[in-house]
Design a binder for this molecule. Structure first.
Ligand code: SF4
Length: 373
């Protein structure tokens, strides 16, 4: 028998051991999306198409939007990219962040093209005049900024001072860039201090959270392939989110960016911080199962991916845990004998259902329930 861990199930408020007190951050806007303060923690990802190919980029953005992306970032390495950015911004439904490295002209072009936010480190732009020009463009075109500190690309002087990437060096770098913006009376910025090492990431964010009140974009950078990267991100981001740190997140996977969005939401759902789509509770199955749990859950997950409204579904192999799990889910199915099981609605046994009909029937029930929400 397997013992199941109860999920959030919308009861966070009455269970103090599930309460997460979020760090109080200032709120900024990334286009129409609020980041920080009491705004929901947003999930973002980044395209990996050529930005200079707006059609391909927009197709990928649409797939990310479908999965629930709140914000999407695109790289702008050249003038063809910032040129295409205008079409991308005009046709995307989510705010677009332009990722700029060093080239101050790209930053100004991206701001003019309608980017909602510039990911740029002001200390890397160059002369004081250039810095001023970029900040002025951000002010003129209503762009916010993200300062993105990465353990792998710390400033030379900090590497000399600290010897290796460490939390102190990352926070010092972040504050250096932040102070440049503040000196120009620019406060619409968020910061990230990412490392591929979870210990370094968590320590750096913890120190930064104490040092500044701006919203934090959290992520474990270059986390790796789908499975191991998801686990690394879940440890790093889970730790931070549990401690109340993080206003927007990106899961960095060497995988389809749509997967990054899905993992981001699963992370938030697991901590009861945000609810989107059908939260499927399923047992791992064993010899007691009354139907093929693993196959059924895979099919249901695919068939129910289009539902954005938050609800829960339990698919449990037998009566050992089925009725107990169904108590806390909107719709439930528990396997029984003779090729049939019990459907639960609102926690109560509702009707019997043959295994052969269950996919269509449960999809119908879940869709109908989602329509009432
Ligand atoms: S079928 Fe599922 S619920 Fe039943 S005992 Fe096995 S793992 Fe637990």
């Amino acid at each position: 028998m397997d013992s199941h861990h109860p999920d959030d199930r919308n009861h966070t408020h009455v269970r103090p051991w599930r309460a997460i007190e979020r760090r109080k951050s200032r709120q900024i806007m990334v286009g129409k999306v609020a980041v920080g303060g009491n705004a929901p923690i947003t999930v973002q990802s980044m395209t990996n198409t050529l930005t200079s190919d707006p059609q391909a980029t927009l197709r990928q953005i649409a797939a990310m939007e479908e999965a629930g992306a709140d914000i999407v970032r695109v790289s702008c390495p050249d003038v063809d990219s910032t040129h295409a950015l205008k079409t991308i911004v005009e046709n995307a439904n989510v705010p677009i962040v332009a990722d700029i490295h060093f080239h101050y002209k790209r930053a100004i072009e991206a701001a003019k093209a309608g980017a909602a936010c510039l990911r740029i480190n002001p200390g890397n732009i160059g002369s004081a005049d250039r810095v001023k020009e970029v900040i002025q463009a951000a002010k003129d075109y209503g762009c916010s900024m993200r300062i993105g500190v990465n353990a792998g690309s710390l400033e030379k002087d900090l590497m000399e001072k600290y010897g290796e990437p460490c939390p102190e060096a990352m926070v010092e770098s972040a504050l250096y860039h932040a102070n440049i913006l503040r000196d120009h009376d620019f406060h619409e910025f968020k910061i990230s201090v990412k490392a591929s090492d979870v210990f370094l990431t968590v320590a750096a964010y913890n120190q930064l959270a104490d040092a500044i009140d701006c919203p934090l974009h959290i992520g474990v950078t270059e986390a790796g392939p789908l499975r191991s990267g998801t686990i690394r991100s879940a440890i790093g981001l889970g730790n931070l989110l549990w401690a109340g740190i993080g206003d927007t997140l990106r899961v960095s996977l060497a995988a389809d960016p749509v997967e990054e969005i899905k993992v981001g939401f699963d992370l938030l759902k697991s901590l009861g911080l945000r609810h989107r789509g059908v939260n499927i509770i399923a047992c791992p199955s064993c010899a007691r199962q009354g139907f093929n749990v693993i196959e059924t859950v895979a099919k249901l997950e695919e068939r129910l991916a289009h539902i954005a409204k938050p609800m829960s579904l339990s698919i449990i192999g037998c009566v050992v845990n089925g009725p107990g799990e169904a108590l806390y889910t909107d719709v439930g199915f528990t396997g029984g004998g003779a090729g049939a099981g019990m459907v639960y609605v609102g926690g109560k046994p509702d009707h019997k259902l043959s295994n052969a009909d269950m996919i269509e029937h449960i999809v119908g029930l879940v869709e109908a329930h989602a329509d009432t929400l």
